[in-house]
Design a protein. Structure first.
Length: 197
């Protein structure tokens, strides 16, 4: 996290931290609101099981993490880290082989309530998620894919990550989903300021 991110969060009275059981309902609300209101395709069981089983996916596995952004006691943003890569299919085989499950930290559910955007929350959560991946044994790469049809998502990810594959022409997720795959450079593995339960 940069000094600018820290200053913006402090001035805005936001807190970014690992989720606790008390945050589950708020985190799920942010995730489902994003899937239905912004992505407009809603909950798809084969893609979104983690949204229903937040404890089993994020809280019970020491190699997984769910970060929440909190404002006045309410969860207003999420970012997850899971030990997974892009599954084949629908993704190309070469991509699944490049980012195998186990050694790949996949960033997921980087969502911020629209009323709380432009405060550096997503960027701060992504930096902290990457720091977590860097200090968690076994992770070698940080991968994500996003629907660049969502306003601002392409520019946001290109400011943080390297584009690996533009899958829009393939239509791998079906109509209305414009998927682009990214890799974020792994931060240095030793970060004294990073402490996770």
């Amino acid at each position: 996290m940069t000094v600018t991110d820290t200053a913006r969060l402090a001035a805005s009275a936001y807190t970014v931290r690992p989720a606790t059981p008390a945050d589950i309902d708020g985190a799920r609300r942010i995730m489902l609101d994003t899937l239905y209101r912004e992505f407009r395709y809603g909950y798809v069981p084969r893609w979104h099981r983690d949204v229903i089983d937040i404890p089993g996916t994020y809280l019970d596995d020491p190699r997984h993490l769910l970060l929440v952004a909190v404002h006045e006691g309410e969860v207003v943003g999420t970012t997850g880290v899971r030990s997974a890569g892009p599954a084949h299919p629908p993704h190309p085989r070469w991509l699944a082989e490049r980012y195998p499950s186990g050694s790949t930290a996949q960033l997921v559910r980087v969502y911020v309530d629209p009323a709380h955007r432009r405060h550096g929350l997503a960027r701060t959560m992504v930096h902290r998620a990457c720091d977590f991946a860097a200090v968690t044994p076994g992770y070698e790469r940080i991968y994500l894919h996003t629907n660049v049809k969502v306003e601002g998502s392409g520019a946001f990810w290109r400011s943080l990550a390297d584009e690996v594959f533009d899958a829009r022409a393939s239509g791998e997720h079906g109509p209305g989903v414009e998927t682009v795959h990214f890799e974020i450079p792994m931060p240095p593995r030793v970060r004294e300021s990073v402490h996770y339960p």
